[in-house]
Design a protein around this ligand. Sequence first.
Ligand code: NAP
Length: 482
Amino acid sequence: MQEIHGKTRVMGLFGHPIGHTFSPLIHNMLAELTGEDLVYVPLEVPSEKLLGDAVRGAHAMNLQGMNVTVPYKSAVIPFLKEIDPLAEMIGAVNTLVPVEGGYRGYNTDHVGLRLALEGHGIRVADHNIVLIGAGGAARAACFMCAAEGVRSMTILNRSVEKAQALADEVQKHFPETEIHVMPLSQAGQVPYDRFVAIQCTSVGLAPDTGSSPVDDAAFFAKTEAAYDLIYNPEETAFLKKVRETGAPGWCGMEMLLWQGVAAYELWTGTKVPAGAAEKVNQALQNFLRQKTDGSSPAVTKDSTTESCLPRMNNIILVGFMGSGKSRISREIAKRTGMPHCDMDRLIEQLAGKTITDIFAAEGEGGFRDRETRMLHTLLGEGREGRVYAAGGGIIIREENRRLLRRLGTVIRLEASPETVLKRVGKDTSRPLLQGEDRMQKIRSLMEQREEAYRDAAELTISTDGREPKDIADEIIEKIIGN
Ligand code: NAP
């Protein structure tokens, strides 16, 4: 699991109540899978009167991004420094991104819905759309459809006045979209032969799973596909009726996922790989299939492995000092023509001082911070086809092990304490071996790091009594030759 330390960025969720939220699962898993040093926590604001204090407090404490959920998506707007134009039109904000002096508000619900529909091959502009509902979520759906170029849309709602007010507002901004308004009770009479339905009411939400906002068979006979924003249960009574006609129907889980991914990308400025999003999607679905009791899912070690992330095409040698990383990596470079990079030398270059000086000025913690930053830099540069010799202790941090595995194939070189002593015994530039009884220091450090080495590497090669060129050949054959 992710390490939390002094530089970890904190994000969170404002709402009331928020005990049921899935957002910590989404964002903490994304952080784990994309290697971002951030943590996401629920921050319940128990009364609207405290919302301004909460936003100012978040800014004062340098929180690096917030989500806002029911009932504060509109109430939060007066406390923002800036607002995205579409979020302003929708009149609801669910994502706060830090800017000079406060936060800029965005609405990612509309992005989430659009991406979820597109994932099922539905481009809203190609269809007549029937929106069921006129609450907060329906507002985001209605503006999204109009902004995407839907030519004709009908809003069905229990309260017709509310639907009319929404239609009027949307048409002020998008006059070219034709919008009809009808009471929910007349759903069978929507003015289309075929349409895509987007169900945005809370009718059918657990525990009230037996109710559907529409029952009229004439409505379902004309439904070519339907999206229900509710995801708990996965199959609502409404979706069941859609599917009984043979038309496809999907629940709101992917919208939840993609609105979260869109918020995460706004905060981190990174693109979430498709594999990471899919992994979160699986975790959300697994949770819902096991539990529908309104509890909130947690991130577990099992739910976050990096296997879904694209791995870069580099070779990285890790191992205890004196295990032969530098010589063998140079041999591999010589034999394959791959560019060679020694991570310790790179850190010295970036710092403009030697490792001994870094340890003296910043301690081991400062040096390990520099290792983590260097790994992020290398991943960000995206260069492939290199062979790296890593520092002996780089694997101590779990975050570094994760970053190394993303950078390429990690190979551990192993050597006995006796071999290590023979190779580095006289070297005075090793800060961790200073002082008396070097053999004892080597043994104890090796023991402390054993598990981390095993966790970091996917291949271990013993170097005792072997020539560097033979080991280089073995690695080339195993990694490149196959
Ligand atoms: P909201 O603002 O409270 O709106 C509720 C809507 O449901 C209104 O249109 C309301 O009609 C209608 N409604 C409520 N009870 C009804 C009943 N008994 N009969 C007929 N209509 C009824 O809620 P919201 O924020 O828009 O959320 C709506 C649903 O979308 C919720 O289930 C929420 O969980 C879901 N949602 C999902 C996602 C996602 O990512 N998948 C995102 C946001 C919301 P009136 O106007 O007549 O009261």
